[in-house]
Design a binder for this molecule. Structure first.
Ligand SMILES: [Fe+2]
Length: 493
């Protein structure tokens, strides 16, 4: 029995393939089409997914009829009626298997709960919008499954508000939220904190409920708010205030969920769970925390299926995408890093999620003052943005103070002043702690790097051409190498 989970037709489409043995494949559509954050499926992705056979059924990640009702209520008229015909949409890609549907927030919750390590947990889902839900809290147990205990609905949405401000500071909403988070480290959070709170938000009785109301419908953004504030420092200060307010709102929600939680285990999901800086601020309030490595809508391609299967599928790695065959080029990469300090690696199965975690990575020696500029010259991105470190798990606590994990989901304070390339303006790093449970090849590379240099840390950033998705196949890897004159190793000898 082959089941496909699909999240598409909105933004950042993804497809997951399950056989009777479990998850066989999951990938973002963009990696196959070459279009960043591609909202739609494409023939190459579908052809690759059929390596495991034709689908016997498809599970869609939300309920299109309910979504249409919300779009009507939001004043968007009937223009989406045709777009929300999923059977017609899938038919246009030659997919004719029977379709089942899942609630948008249930797909998020299931993606988190069933891939995590807890049989009992509180599940918090925060995103922009599903059908109507924008924030849900669930109690989950093996006997009773996922039970929703709180739900907040459109137009009151923490995610929409954060995206509206992403647009307000000149970035792309529903895509560049992570850049706002990065800018926040360079601003003064106090300058606009009170003003934005007063204009946009009120928290209703936070002791008895996590109800967070918004005074404006932010579906069409907030470009109208203080348009005269547009110097670079203004924008950094706005970003800092928005990030600080988000951290406060997350705390309100987390505190309430914690109060209602018999287990003290938190599963955090939804696009807002990608906010690694805020994630770190609630980490200590819980006994244990699990964030699925792809907690946004793309991860719901897996969640939609798990919501129906109701089976645990602990996810200890994210290497579920397109495969570049061959041995991991440990010695080749090591030699290049020791010689030039920078190279790419594209080997094994591609990562499912927004982070490159060693299978489609641009790697560099993190030591010294000039490496950040050298990598930035290749990546051509805003100079304030730091790069992330990958560290041997057993050395993580020596170099970083705070939560770390295998998927770059938290920030922690970097204790080594000799690593400015992987340290942000506020002194933190978004750490990937690499254990032997994840990629054998990448782990071996870090071990060899440590043996040769005494440094257990590598700079690890995604291998992608500016404006394009992360490299997927050999052709993409060659294109990257040719464009930037950087060696990319795809297999060992
Ligand atoms: Fe969502």
């Amino acid at each position: 029995m082959i089941t496909w989970g699909i999240s598409a037709n909105s933004h950042d489409a993804a497809l997951a393939v399950f056989s009777d043995d479990g998850l066989e494949f999951a990938s973002h559509s963009e990696r196959f089409s070459g279009v960043k954050n591609d909202a739609h499926l494409n023939d190459k992705l579908i052809e690759y997914a059929k390596k495991w056979g034709e689908p016997d059924e498809v599970i869609w990640y939300e309920r299109p009829f309910v979504k249409t009702l919300r779009q009507l209520r939001a004043g968007q008229g009937f223009k989406y009626l045709g777009k929300n015909n999923i059977s017609k949409y899938l038919g246009s890609y030659g997919i004719s298997a029977p379709i089942r549907y899942t609630d948008h927030h249930l797909a998020h919750a299931a993606a988190g709960y069933y891939t995590g390590p807890f049989t009992e947990a509180s599940v918090v889902v925060i995103d922009s919008i599903g059908e109507f839900d924008t924030l849900t809290i669930w109690n989950a147990s093996e006997e009773k499954g996922l039970r929703r205990i709180y739900s907040q609905q459109y137009p009151h949405s923490i995610g929409l508000w954060y995206s509206a401000f992403t647009q307000r500071i000149g970035l792309k909403p529903q895509e560049d939220e992570y850049i706002l988070m990065g800018m926040a480290a360079y601003g003064d959070p106090l300058r606009f904190f009170d003003e934005i709170m007063k204009e946009f938000i009120y928290v209703v009785d936070q002791d008895s409920s996590p109800r967070i109301k918004f005074k404006h419908n932010l579906h069409r953004g907030c470009l109208w708010w203080r348009p005269e504030l547009n110097t670079p420092q203004d924008l950094m200060d706005i970003a800092a205030a928005v990030q600080a307010i988000y951290a406060y709102l997350l705390k309100v929600v987390s505190n309430w969920a914690r109060w209602k939680s018999p287990s003290g285990n938190l599963v955090l999901m939804g696009g807002c769970a990608l906010n690694c800086a805020a994630n770190s601020t609630i980490y200590k309030d819980w006994n244990n925390v699990w964030i699925m490595p792809n907690p946004g809508d793309a991860g719901s391609s897996i969640g939609a299926v798990l919501a129906h299967k109701k089976e645990f599928m602990p996810m200890d790695h994210v290497y579920t995408g397109y495969e570049i065959e061959g041995e991991y080029p440990v010695e080749e990469v090591l030699h290049e890093l020791l010689t030039t300090g920078i190279c790419g690696v594209a080997n094994g199965r591609a990562e499912f999620g927004p982070r490159a975690l060693g299978h489609r990575s641009l790697l560099a020696d993190p030591r010294g003052a000039d490496i950040k500029d050298r990598v930035n010259n290749i990546k051509q991105r805003q100079l304030f943005r730091p790069f992330a470190p990958a560290v041997l798990e057993e050395h993580a606590a020596t170099y970083f103070d705070g939560p770390t994990g295998p998927f770059m989901q938290y920030t922690s304070t970097c204790k080594d002043p000799g690593l400015p390339a992987i340290t942000h303006g506020d002194g933190t790093s978004r750490v990937q702690a690499v254990s032997a449970n994840q990629s054998m090849g990448f782990r071996k590379l870090l071990e060899r790097w440590y043996e040769e240099t005494g440094c257990p840390v590598l700079l690890n950033t995604s291998l992608n051409i500016k404006g394009k998705p992360i490299v997927n196949n050999l052709t993409d890897a060659k294109e990257f190498a040719n464009m930037y004159g950087v060696k990319v190793f795809t297999h060992g000898n």
